[in-house]
Every structure is written in structure tokens, then in C-alpha cells.
Ligand binder design. Structure first.
Ligand code: NAP
Length: 334
């Protein structure tokens, strides 16, 4: 099978595409023929080996997992002994988490991992980015906080992978949503459901005083110390971008503060918890409350270009890696 290979940390040039043996599903595993994956900020960080402490898990001198990628959508090709949840031919999506190996034509995953049948309304391309964007946002906006109708929620980085899901979910939960992005994304975000849009190049939302119940800085550009003035007295600052400062503030404000900061590493939650949440996200998708915004699509051979684009930090929604298969191409040509 074809797979992306990364034998070293570094720039996009460390990525190549090569041939390797197709995995065999072991007991309680399903073999998935992947049609789409996503290229995420996490993929970029793991390729670069930054931040350095991440290498304690990923591999000190070089990545332990030669094939990168965590998100997948595709079809169950084979099942191992004892598999009950899925059958050959099922369309599924999910993530391999620290198992990686999703930037390839096939991956084997445990049936009790983060895997679910694809929402009825979604294509493979739309399903693949869900675990990085919508599932993460679901964790932040329904587990770390409880949004009450009418509350004011500000989403910073609103046009990105997490941001586009956050605007939709906060709106669905009844919040008055303020989206912060550059001017080029203003109309797009209003159409997505934002009640107000702030162009960060013209206006600094942190100059507002006591306005928001929740500030969700999806891109970690505005630290808690600066953002907190714009929070109401019991307001909550959320950010998915790990930093020692945020970890300390989350600990400190959790004990002593009225305005609190919160962080979560969604991918490290127990698989059972993530699977339950993925099923809830699937229902939201089928209800029309959440949709995947796709910015660009790349083929497996274009993996380095995909990384370069994601690395700009200005994607709108998600970047999809489309995974071609020769038998599908032959069928299409007939
Ligand atoms: N903790 C977790 O569980 C978890 C899970 C998944 C991801 N993450 C992390 O979450 C972060 C966000 O990921 P993502 O995929 O959403 O990022 P992304 O899609 O790459 O973010 C891009 C967006 O950020 C906006 N942006 C850039 N500079 C900005 C600024 N100064 N102010 C406001 N918006 C700005 C851009 O809008 P404009 O083009 O309009 O500037 C663009 O649409 C990453 O660091 C990722 O590693 C954490």
C-alpha cells in the first residue's frame, strides 16, 4: 500500500510517499480502506517535533511512528476475530490518536477505539476532519463549560478548523456568538451563524470590559492575562493550545480565581469517552447543526504542499488529504 513516510523531524521536506506492507487486522481490530484523512496543526507540530517535550511521547531523536496522520474516513475492508461493532463494507470515520498511521491507504484500528459509522449526510472528505475540529470543540464547549441560551461566547480564530466548529456549536447551544477573524472571513463567518464579527486587525476585543461569559481562543493568540478583562465576573477562558503559562493559570484559577482558564488535551481522553462524544457529534451533524468546512484538498503525493499550507496558520476550516486507490480509479475509468 502507499503511505506517507517521515523518518525524521523537520520541515515538510522530511515527508515522502512510499510503499509498505498493508496491515492485517488482529483480534478485535478492523482494517479500514482510507479514502480521506485530514492535515491538521497537530500533524504539522508532530512532523516538526515541536514543542520539544512532545518528543517524550513521539520519540526522542526521530518519530517512533514512521507513518503520520491520525484522522481517517473510509470503508471497513476486513475484520479481525471477535469484532462485533462493525462489518465489512461499513463506512466509518475516527482517529488513531497516538497510534498514527492514518496518512496511508489502509489502517488497522481496535473496534473499541475512536471509530464510528459515518453520519448519513457526510462524504468521506467531510467526515475525516471531524475528530480534530468538531470533536475537540464538543469537548471544550460541552465538557469544560455548560453554555446557557443567551450567554455571550467569543470565538477567537473563528475561521479555522476548531473555530468554524465552535461558531456552529455555540450558536446551536443558544449562545450569542462573536467571531474574531481577519476581514476576509467576515461574511463567511456571518453566514456560518456568528451574530457579531470582529476584525482582529482593526479592533482589539480585549479592550472590551466584562462582556463575555466564555472566550474560546481556538488559536492561542490572546493569553488569559490579556483576555480576562473582557470576561464577565465568573467568565471562563478556554484554549486548546498547550503552554506552561496556560497550565499554571488553569491550576491557579481553578483553585482561587473567579474568572477561570481551562485547557484539555482532547486526544488524550479515554477512548470510551471520545467514542461516546463522537456519537453525539454524529447526531449533531445529522441534525444539521454542524457541518465540515473544507478549504483545500490534496492527494497523498502532495502531502508536503498540504503541510506548507496548514503551516501558514490561515486555513479556512479544514484541509483534507484525499487517498486514491488504483482499483477505484480502474472502476471509474471503465
Ligand atoms: N487541545 C486539543 O485537544 C486540541 C485539539 C485539536 C487542535 N488543537 C490545537 O488547536 C489550535 C487550532 O487549530 P486549528 O486547526 O483550528 O487552527 P487553524 O485552522 O490552522 O487556524 C487558522 C485560523 O486562525 C486564524 N487566525 C490566524 N491568526 C489569527 C489571529 N491573530 N487572531 C485570530 N485568528 C487568527 C485564521 O484566520 P484569518 O485567516 O482570518 O487570520 C485562520 O482561519 C492548534 O494549535 C492545534 O494544535 C488542540
Amino acid at each position: 500500500m502507499k503511505a506517507v513516510i517521515a523518518n525524521a523531524y523537520g520541515g515538510p521536506e522530511v515527508l515522502s510517499v512510499g510503499e509498505m506492507a498493508r496491515p492485517e487486522p488482529r483480534a478485535n481490530e478492523v482494517l479500514i480502506k482510507i479514502y480521506a484523512s485530514a492535515v491538521t496543526q497537530a500533524d504539522v507540530m508532530m512532523r516538526a517535533g515541536t514543542p520539544w517535550f512532545g518528543r517524550l511521547i513521539l520519540g526522542l531523536g526521530k518519530p517512533k511512528a514512521v507513518v503520520p496522520g491520525t484522522a481517517f474516513a473510509g470503508k471497513v475492508e476486513a475484520v479481525g476475530v471477535g469484532v462485533r461493532r462493525f462489518a465489512i463494507g461499513d463506512d466509518v470515520f475516527g482517529e488513531t490518536s497516538v497510534g498514527f498511521h492514518a496518512h496511508a491507504q489502509y489502517v488497522a484500528v481496535p473496534e473499541d477505539g475512536v471509530v464510528e459509522t459515518i453520519p448519513l449526510t457526510m462524504s468521506y472528505d467531510q467526515a475525516a476532519p471531524v475528530t480534530d475540529g468538531a470533536l475537540t470543540v464538543h469537548n471544550f464547549l460541552t465538557r469544560l463549560v455548560t453554555i446557557k441560551p443567551g450567554q455571550r461566547v467569543l470565538v477567537n480564530g473563528a475561521a479555522g478548523g476548531l473555530g468554524t466548529s465552535a461558531v456552529q456549536l455555540a450558536k446551536h447551544l443558544g449562545a450569542e456568538v462573536t467571531a474574531v477573524a481577519s476581514n476576509r472571513n467576515g461574511d463567511f463567518l456571518r453566514q456560518l451563524g456568528a451574530d457579531h464579527v470582529i476584525d482582529y486587525e482593526r479592533e482589539d476585543f480585549t479592550k472590551q470590559v466584562g462582556r463575555y461569559d466564555i472566550i474560546f481562543d481556538t488559536v492561542g493568540k490572546v493569553k488569559f492575562g490579556k483576555a480576562k478583562r473582557a470576561l464577565k465576573q465568573d467568565g471562563v477562558y478556554l484554549s486548546p493550545v498547550l503552554g506552561l503559562g496556560l497550565l499554571f493559570q488553569a491550576f491557579w484559577t481553578g483553585k482561587f480565581g473567579r474568572k477561570t482558564a481551562k485547557f484539555s488535551a482532547t486526544g488524550l481522553l479515554a477512548h470510551g469517552e471520545l467514542r461516546k462524544r463522537l456519537a453525539e457529534v454524529k447526531l449533531l451533524v445529522e441534525d444539521g447543526a454542524l457541518k465540515t468546512i473544507i478549504d483545500r484538498r490534496y492527494g497523498l503525493d502532495e502531502i508536503a504542499q498540504a503541510h506548507r499550507y496548514v503551516e501558514t496558520g490561515h486555513k479556512r476550516g479544514n484541509v483534507v488529504l484525499e487517498v486514491a486507490h488504483e482499483d477505484v480509479a480502474m472502476l471509474a475509468a471503465q
